[in-house]
Design a protein around this ligand. Structure first.
Ligand code: KG4
Ligand code: ZN
Length: 343
């Protein structure tokens, strides 16, 4: 039996979790505490690194205590501590990793320095027991990537964004239209009563031989459209949001379908290939429906872990720790590990 305490502080969520794995049974999340700082950043329209770091300092000890209490385990029962060591905002990473080092040293436990993206990449194995290899689409406020997940520690990035992350494009679009932060859910809500055909926004990279994403041109087109018809009525805002979302779904779908074909070529023996989505943008129903349809057409299983485990959390970090321990590729006793904001 392996039992790991996970700690996540790379952006604006302070999180701790205990995950356990026993024999051949499915892993169990014994506790999963996430404290969002959204309200502290809302007034600024985005995450302010200094505020985030301070909030992590204030909250982390209590969150870890709560995660241990919730799990029913004592620190003595924990086999290892896994903490996000990058990429992310360096202030938060320092808070999380230093706290983990202190606990590991005091309790004589091994410390695992985990890459946040590995946490997202392996979540579908925690929730769905997915077998390698599979394709991952990570769409969050900081990342837009397609990754071929071939094994623990064996990831091949097939596409990334050459400018804005997709969540960032949602957030900036919301800001331009006077919608509150975080923008994604509010754009989706407004879009529900909008006409997605009123504006024809560009579909960046659609049809391109290069596999990457781009969203800044779309953002600029939205700004120009909004300026041209200002002052905006609620209906104008709804129509822009609906048209923006349609363009995003179309552009994203094009990139993903390209990656599905590549996956078929590179892993011809894989009987039931799967596409996993992770990140906050995966909550968007229009985007989800587009991806689901693509997968159905291409014969891929569509795996969307519960949103709570798709957005930033510490269960995925604890799980990545377990995967590394089990695979024998842990960076154990990473007491000298320095946080890497760009890992
Ligand atoms: O994964 P996440 O919670 O945090 C990180 O960025 O790591 O993702 C947050 C992002 C934000 O940009 C937010 O606007 C976006 O996900 N988002 C959405 C929706 N819900 C959250 N974007 C589009 N539609 C949504 N329903
Ligand atoms: Zn994340």
């Amino acid at each position: 039996m392996i039992r790991v305490l996970g700690i996540e502080t790379s952006c604006d969520e302070t999180a701790a979790s205990v995950v356990t794995l026993e024999g051949d049974a499915a892993p169990k999340i014994l506790s999963n505490i996430v404290l969002s700082q959204i309200e502290e950043h809302a007034a600024f329209g985005g995450v302010v690194p200094e505020i985030a770091a301070r909030a992590h300092v204030e909250a982390l000890d209590g969150i870890i205590e709560a995660a241990l209490a919730d799990s029913g385990a004592k620190l003595a029962d924990i086999d290892a501590i896994a903490a996000t060591a990058g990429p992310g905002l360096v202030g938060g990473l320092i808070v999380g990793l230093m706290t983990a080092k202190a606990i590991a040293a005091a309790a004589h436990k091994p410390l695992l320095a985990i890459n946040h993206l590995e946490g997202h990449a392996l979540t579908a194995r925690l929730t769905d027991g997915l077998e390698f290899p599979y394709l991952l689409l990570l769409v969050s406020g900081g990342h837009t990537q397609i990754v071929a997940v071939r094994g623990v520690g064996d990831y091949q990035r097939w596409a990334t964004t050459i400018d804005d992350a997709l969540g960032e494009a949602f957030d900036k679009t919301a800001k331009m239209l006077g919608l509150p932060y975080p923008g994604g859910p509010n754009v989706e809500k407004a879009a529900a009563s909008g006409d997605s055909t009123r504006f024809t926004f560009p579909r960046p990279m659609k049809g391109s031989a290069q596999p990457d994403f781009s969203f800044s041109g779309l953002k600029t087109a939205v700004r120009q459209a909004a300026r041209a018809i200002a002052p905006l009525s609620d209906q104008d805002v709804a129509d822009i949001c609906a048209s923006f979302q349609a363009a995003v779904a179309d552009a994203l779908g094009d990139r993903v379908s390209r990656a599905l074909s590549r996956f078929r070529q590179e892993f011809p023996g894989k009987a039931e290939p799967a596409l996993v989505v992770a990140g906050g943008v995966a909550a968007n129903r229009t985007i989800k429906a587009t991806l689901e349809a693509l997968c159905a057409e291409a014969g891929f299983q569509f795996v969307a872990p519960p949103l709570k485990l798709c957005t930033d959390n510490a269960a995925m970090i604890a799980w990545a720790g377990i995967e590394r321990l089990r695979a024998g590729i842990a960076q154990e006793n990473a007491t000298d590990f320095v946080p890497r904001s760009r890992w």
